[in-house]
Ligand binder design. Structure first.
Ligand SMILES: Cc1cc2nc3c(=O)[nH]c(=O)nc-3n(C[C@H](O)[C@H](O)[C@H](O)COP(=O)(O)OP(=O)(O)OC[C@H]3O[C@@H](n4cnc5c(N)ncnc54)[C@H](O)[C@@H]3O)c2cc1C
Length: 407
């Protein structure tokens, strides 16, 4: 039986471990936290998964939450128009519902399931030395440790990495008690754009205590929103979130003013430096390991693509490993498999990076035009599920104007 080692019990590592286990591989998963520690720990993400990603999880029989999680049926966009008003306000419909399930729930349940099905789980923090020690005994070692320290084993690919610093400071809170807005149902991801300052994302989610709302500030570094101190309590975090909402997005504040945190660990602050890394590292002579998902390609969450890409990554690697049969998992296999994955996610990376910079004129035009033309709103919404469609109409002003004329 072929032996696979996966480091990291997150979205990609667990999905791939469970897939390989079902396909008859001997899989060892190393996690720096137990299932209980993940479940009882801090929130990790806003983790909105779109149709294609949900299908992969469903096909593996691993979507245990579709009956209880809110069905997210649209993407809303609002643009601050000054003096408490909105210059843009529309909701595009998703062809397939999206879903956000608290990663604390999902990852802890999947990790327990992997162990129950006979998977080998090792709990420890992996360093380079430990990785060398383990990797020698396996046919293939995959590093799925997310954007943590271990990813620095893999050199940044400067040709594919657009930024060398974080472009947003992040502050998220999970809350109970939101009400639907006057012009919208509760079941949309609302993207509130505040030019020059940042964004507020509001979305429904399923957590330990049932349905909740997520409030995520994406602050331009050094700007007014970039004001969450690392030392504040969870309740101070929420109060500050609400104060900023009252000032910058009063329409979202109106439906949030009576919220409470879902639990004591329901806040998160931080920042992410977007990066694409070389996917293969030789950690000692002749011993190669491969980075997958965020460890290889890290995005800012502004477009909600990271977890979706992690799912797609697990799928690409599952298929490639099975297709490889008895052949060696050598550096060439690792590089080729990564290139296949890059082909799947390159448009989402390009889009995410584009959304971190002030919009070009045709994108501002698009946001306004979608106020009156639902086909534009719907196409934009469905790009979250299929970002490669953006190549056909969004990035290039000429293609965008051709599309506008075709409506
Ligand atoms: C605020 C925020 C909001 C987000 N919102 C969305 C969204 O709406 N939609 C979306 O698609 N994506 C979103 N993302 C991104 C998404 O959460 C990640 O891209 C995704 O979880 C990456 O999956 P992964 O498997 O690569 O890594 P992770 O899910 O991060 O898992 C890595 C695992 O490895 C473990 N680990 C790390 N280092 C070690 C070590 N040395 N030894 C052992 N174990 C280790 C970690 O504890 C963790 O369990 C968001 C991210 C943030 C921060």
């Amino acid at each position: 039986m072929r032996k696979i080692l996966i480091v990291g019990a997150g979205q990609s590592g667990l999905l791939l471990a469970l897939g390989l286990q079902s396909a008859g591989y001997s899989v060892t998963l190393i996690s720096n936290r137990t299932a209980d520690e993940i479940r009882d720990g801090n929130i990790l993400s806003t983790q909105c998964l779109f149709g294609a990603s949900l299908s992969h999880e469903q096909n593996q029989g691993l979507d245990f939450w579709s009956e209880v999680a809110p069905k997210i049926t649209g993407i809303g966009v609002s643009l601050d128009g000054g003096q408490g008003g909105r210059a843009v306000n529309w909701v595009g419909s998703l062809n397939r519902a999206a879903q956000s399930v608290d990663q604390r729930l999902k990852m802890s349940q999947w990790l327990s399931l992997f162990a129950e099905r006979g998977g080998n789980v090792v709990i420890r923090e992996v360093t380079r030395e430990i990785l060398c020690k383990f990797a020698r005994d396996y046919d293939l070692t995959l590093v799925a440790s997310g954007r943590g320290e271990l990813s620095t084993l893999f050199r940044r690919d400067e040709t594919r990495s657009r930024f060398s610093t974080a472009q947003r400071s992040l502050a998220a809170a999970y809350v109970h008690g939101m009400t639907p807005s006057a012009d919208d149902t509760l079941e949309a991801v609302r993207c509130n754009l505040i030019p020059g300052v940042g964004e507020l994302f509001v979305m429904p989610c399923h957590t330990h205590t049932g349905s909740c709302g997520i409030l995520l500030w994406e602050a331009v570094p050094g700007g007014t929103l970039d004001s969450f101190s690392k030392n504040i309590t969870a309740s101070q975090h929420l109060q500050h979130t609400l104060a900023l909402m009252k000032r910058f997005t009063p329409w979202e504040y109106d439906r949030s003013k009576n919220v409470q945190l879902t639990d004591a660990n329901a806040t998160l602050t931080g920042s992410i430096t977007p990066a694409v890394r070389q996917p293969v590292a030789e950690i000692e002579s002749g011993l190669f390991v491969s980075a997958i998902a965020d460890a290889a390609v890290t995005n800012d969450p502004i477009t909600g693509q990271g977890a979706n890409n992690a799912v797609k990554c697990a799928q690409v690697y599952l298929e490639a490993i099975i297709r490889q049969g008895d052949k060696d998992f050598d550096a060439e296999f690792m590089q080729c498999t990564f290139e296949r994955y890059w082909g799947v996610v390159a448009s989402s990376v390009k889009w995410t990076n584009a959304m971190l910079t002030p919009p070009p004129a045709h994108v501002s035009e698009l946001l306004l035009a979608a106020n009156d033309e639902t086909r534009i709103a719907d196409r934009f919404a469905n790009s979250f599920d299929n970002p490669s469609d953006l190549e056909n109409w969004f990035f290039d002003p000429v293609k965008f104007h051709q599309y506008l004329r075709s409506l």
